[in-house]
Design a protein around this ligand. Structure first.
Ligand code: CP
Ligand code: NVA
Length: 278
């Protein structure tokens, strides 16, 4: 609804006079811009806070920062390392706290991805989703989503790079979606309607790049792998992408790629998240 309003120039200033603090302990293009622009379009203000230039970067406790910031702002978005940092911030904050990516999860991205799937496939029920590559924050959040919403998810991850064990166990115990883990990308992608991948080394893992390049050989979403997918499959990538590593240039630039719609939807879905929570 908010996407249609924005496209048609219909007023939707649902957060007039409100302020969102956006704390970044890691780099960002899409998350930072989409939250800041989204807040502006909703009539509010997004405040960019780099941890390096705030007292948080000098060791001011999370619980103190949370209590102070939530007295100034109407919502807080955090991108950081440990999930426990967001959890602690939320515990001490008196306003909603949005996870803008941690080492464990990336929920705003998966909501945008699902919106993109709904737009291109008409829904997500009855579809097979495939994840190829690192069992990282994106993979963990897909697992959560599959369990909550009840769709089939097949993940192909090399040994040693599997998704979070607790998240997987919890999800499989829900008995909703069929969530399968394999080391074979062919098995995961065969017949899939949605094929999704992400970088081999996430933010904070840069020193492992070379070692990971070895471990992930054979996990590139390329034309040969995509030949096994459903003929009308779509390809997702949260971006930034490393062409020639987790995805080939021909696939990301090809007809099945919906990555630009996916990136755009970060804006729309985040506006919906903020309007709902704030
Ligand atoms: N996909 C995503 O979160 O991108 P940024 O790291 O640029 O925010
Ligand atoms: N898994 C990646 C996602 C970037 C949006 C990372 O955490 O760096």
């Amino acid at each position: 609804e908010l996407k249609q309003k924005q496209k048609n120039g219909i007023e939707h200033q649902l957060l007039k006079g409100k302020t969102l603090a956006m704390i970044f302990e890691k780099a960002s293009t899409r998350t930072r811009i989409s939250f800041e622009v989204g807040m502006f379009q909703l009539g509010g203000h997004g405040l960019f806070i780099s941890s390096a230039n705030s007292q948080m970067g000098r060791g001011e406790p999370i619980k103190d920062s949370a209590r102070v910031m939530s007295r100034y702002c109407d919502g807080v978005m955090i991108r950081t390392f440990g999930q426990e940092i967001v959890d602690e911030f939320a515990r001490y904050s008196s306003v909603p706290v949005i996870n803008g990516l941690t080492d464990l999860y990336h929920p705003c991205q998966i909501l945008a991805d699902l919106q993109t799937v709904i737009e291109h496939k008409g829904g997500y029920q009855g579809l097979k989703f495939a994840w190829v590559g690192d069992g990282n924050n994106m993979a963990n959040t897909w697992i959560e989503a599959a369990a909550i919403l009840g769709f089939d998810l097949a993940l192909a991850c090399p040994q040693g790079y599997q998704p979070d064990h607790e998240v997987l166990q919890w999800a499989q115990a829900q008995g909703t979606g069929n969530i399968a883990l394999t080391a074979d990308p062919h098995e995961a992608v065969r017949g899939a309607h949605v094929v999704n991948t992400d970088v081999w080394a996430s933010m904070g893992q840069e020193a492992e790049q070379k070692q990971r390049e070895q471990a992930f050989q054979g996990y590139c979403v390329d034309d040969r792998l995509m030949a096994l997918a459903h003929p009308e499959s779509v390809v997702l990538h949260c971006l930034p992408a490393h062409r020639g590593e987790e995805i080939s240039d021909s696939v990301i630039e090809g007809p099945r790629s919906v990555v630009w719609d996916e990136a755009e939807n970060r804006l729309h879905i985040q506006k919906a998240i903020m309007a709902t929570l704030m």
